[in-house]
Design a protein around this ligand. Structure first.
Ligand code: DGL
Length: 273
C-alpha cells in the first residue's frame, strides 16, 4: 500500500537522473526517493523505440513492487518514446519531461533549439509538444550521440568535449535560437561547457525544474505530499553499484550506498501457479 510516506520513484539510464534528483531535493526536500539507474543497458539514446518501451515497462513494474507512490521518468528518451505507451499500464501517476520542458521553453522564447539523444530527436516529441503549446514557435532539434558517453566517463574537462559541443550547437546557433532545451537529463551536467559556447542571450531550459513542480502539484491534489522527515534516498542500479557510487560523488557530493537490481525481476512463483 502506498501512502504519503512512500517514496517517489525516479529512473534514468545512468547519472542523468541525478540532475532531476537534485531538483527534487531543492523543491521537495521532505519527499523520500527511490533512484534507479539502468547502467547495465546504457545508453538508451541509440536504442530502438521497442527496446526503450520494454526497459521502461520492466523498471516501472519493479518500482511498483517497491511501493512507490509516483514515478518520474528522469530520462527524456523514455519520456519521448515510452510515456504514452506505458502510462495506463500501472496503478500510479507517471510523469515525463517532454511537456513540462516544452511549456517552459515556449514561455522563454520563440526560436527554440533542442539538444537530445538521437532517439529523442528522431521521435520529434519535443517539436510536437512545443507546437502543441505554441503553433507559431520555431523548433530545431539536434541528436547528440557523443554527449552521454562523455558525461558518464566524466570527461567534461577535456578539450575534445568542448569541440564536440561546439559542433552540435553550431547548426542551432546558425538559426539564431533564443532558447535551448537540455533535452536529455545528462546535459545539465555539461552546462558549464555549453554556457561557454552559447551567447549570453540564449536561455537554457532544464525540464527537470518543471517536472518536479508538476509532481509537487499532483501529489498535493492526490493528498500524497509528505510533510515529515524523509527517508534516506535509496539508490539501485542494474550495472556496477561501485561505479555508480563513485560517479554520484562527482555529481551529488556524497558516496551513497547503492544496491544492485536484476531486471527483469523473475516472475514470482505464485504468479506462475
Ligand atoms: N538521460 C537520458 C535522457 O534524458 C538517457 C540518455 C541515454 O542513455 O542515452 O534521455
Amino acid at each position: 500500500m502506498t501512502d504519503q510516506r512512500s517514496r517517489i520513484g525516479i529512473f534514468d539510464s545512468g547519472v542523468g537522473g541525478l540532475t532531476v534528483l537534485r531538483e527534487l531535493y531543492r523543491q521537495l526536500p521532505q519527499e523520500s526517493i527511490l533512484y534507479f539507474g539502468d547502467t547495465a543497458r546504457l545508453p538508451y539514446g541509440t536504442r530502438s523505440p521497442a527496446e526503450i518501451i520494454q526497459f521502461v515497462r520492466e523498471i516501472l513494474a519493479w518500482m511498483v513492487k517497491q511501493d512507490v507512490k509516483m514515478a518520474i521518468m528522469a530520462c527524456n528518451t523514455s519520456s519521448a518514446l515510452a510515456l504514452e505507451a506505458v502510462r495506463g499500464e500501472f496503478p500510479i501517476p507517471i510523469l515525463g519531461l517532454i511537456l513540462p520542458g516544452a511549456r517552459a521553453a515556449v514561455e522563454a522564447g520563440k526560436r527554440i533549439g533542442v539538444i537530445a539523444t538521437p532517439a529523442t530527436a528522431a521521435s520529434n516529441a519535443y517539436r510536437r509538444a512545443i507546437l502543441e503549446v505554441d503553433s507559431t514557435a520555431l523548433v530545431w532539434q539536434v541528436g547528440c550521440p557523443e554527449f552521454v558517453p562523455l558525461i558518464e566517463q566524466n570527461r567534461l574537462q577535456e578539450p575534445y568535449t568542448a569541440e564536440v559541443a561546439r559542433s552540435y550547437l553550431s547548426p542551432l546557433l546558425q538559426q539564431g535560437i533564443d532558447t535551448l532545451i537540455y533535452g536529455c537529463t545528462h546535459y545539465p551536467h555539461l552546462s558549464p561547457v555549453l554556457r561557454r559556447i552559447l551567447p549570453p542571450s540564449v536561455k537554457t531550459i532544464d525540464p527537470a525544474v518543471r517536472v518536479v513542480a508538476a509532481a509537487a502539484q499532483e501529489l498535493e491534489v492526490l493528498g500524497l505530499r509528505q510533510t515529515s522527515t524523509p527517508l534516506p534516498t535509496r539508490f539501485a542500479v542494474s550495472g556496477s553499484p561501485e561505479n555508480f557510487a563513485q560517479q554520484a560523488l562527482t555529481w551529488l557530493g556524497c558516496t551513497p550506498v547503492v544496491e544492485k537490481v536484476y531486471l527483469p525481476t523473475p516472475v514470482s512463483a505464485e504468479l506462475l501457479e
